[in-house]
Design a protein around this ligand. Structure first.
Ligand code: ATP
Ligand code: MG
Length: 282
């Protein structure tokens, strides 16, 4: 439980910050909320990340449209996870900018701030509260959303109950609402964690290898879930499973050595000799 609470905890400085909008300003450079009037939810411009001289990302430029479901593929070490680390503010690039909408420069924000601004990220291992029911997990996720209420002690109102019911239906766990999360299958735990992120209503949801360890049926249902989710938000999925990518992708980005090797429809990248050479041919 502690890791999830920590993940959502405000930065230490928040306690000392002056009241008003000082906390909420972070990397916001203009306007209120996420401005996507130009159609892009995310824009990476020449991002370089160096680890002791090794460039995990090498002038990576990429943009994601509003409502898009983008799949990122590429060999081990290509820089896929590092890219998500940069987008969430976990890793600072040595050069380049990342804009979330036209409003936020995320290279100036912390992980807490990017989550608060509307970027949700799911790590590979599910981190649900096993001793709590499925319903309680979603309730806890809602309580940890600072936009809802700044305290752990409040009663759910009707609208909030409806929201939990809606998310339960979306993640296909309505029938398991009062089961302990620890008793769910691995796939169901993954869906519950996606549901917990949905409770915070992110504009952009990012998932790193979400179907690892799932059964064939669970993989298929996860694909359907992601396709439903992107109807009102943008989604980025890193995945090695080509059948899954084929099922869900609008557009596929192939990364290699910290940059983009190819980008386009599944068919385009699958037939690209460069992609076959470094990735699909193995
Ligand atoms: N904190 C770090 N310190 C040093 N090197 C790192 C660090 N994080 C990542 N790297 C290196 O950067 C490169 C890119 O790693 P990254 O995890 O982004 O790859 P990936 O595309 O997600 O690979 P995989 O498919 O195996 O998950 C790798 O060579 C990795 O060893
Ligand atoms: Mg990775």
């Amino acid at each position: 439980m502690s890791s999830l609470v920590q993940q959502h905890a405000p930065p230490a400085s928040a306690d000392r910050a002056p009241p008003g909008d000082a906390i909420a300003n972070f990397g916001r450079v203009r306007g209120e909320g996420v401005d996507t009037t130009h159609g892009a939810i995310l824009y990476l411009d020449e991002i370089t990340v160096s680890f002791d001289g090794f460039k995990a990302l090498n002038k990576l430029t990429m943009d994601i449209s509003v409502g898009e479901l983008r799949c990122i593929i590429g060999p081990n070490g290509a820089g896929k996870t590092t890219m998500m680390d940069v987008i969430t503010g976990k890793t600072r690039p040595s050069s380049g900018t990342v804009f979330f909408g036209q409003t936020y420069d995320v290279t100036r924000m912390t992980e807490y701030e990017t989550a608060h601004a509307g970027i949700g990220r799911k790590f590979q291992r599910p981190t649900v509260f096993e001793q709590h029911t499925v319903f309680e997990n979603l309730e806890l996720a809602m309580k940890m959303d600072k936009r809802v209420r700044p305290t752990l002690f409040f009663r759910l109102n009707g609208a909030q109950r409806d929201r939990i019911a809606e998310v339960l239906a979306q993640i296909r766990l309505s029938g398991e609402a009062h089961r302990l999360a620890g008793l769910l299958s691995h796939g169901q735990k993954q869906w519950l964690e996606i549901g917990m992120l949905l409770m915070q209503d992110p504009e952009l949801l990012m998932l790193d290898e979400p179907i690892a360890g799932m059964s064939a049926r669970e993989r298929e249902l996860t694909g359907e879930l992601l396709m439903r989710i992107c109807q009102n938000r943008s989604v980025i999925v890193i995945e090695h499973d080509m059948d899954f990518v084929k099922q869900i992708a609008h557009k596929v980005t192939v990364m290699h050595q910290g940059k983009i090797l190819a980008e386009g429809s599944m068919e385009t990248v699958q037939n690209d000799p460069k992609v076959i050479d470094v990735y699909l041919g193995h």
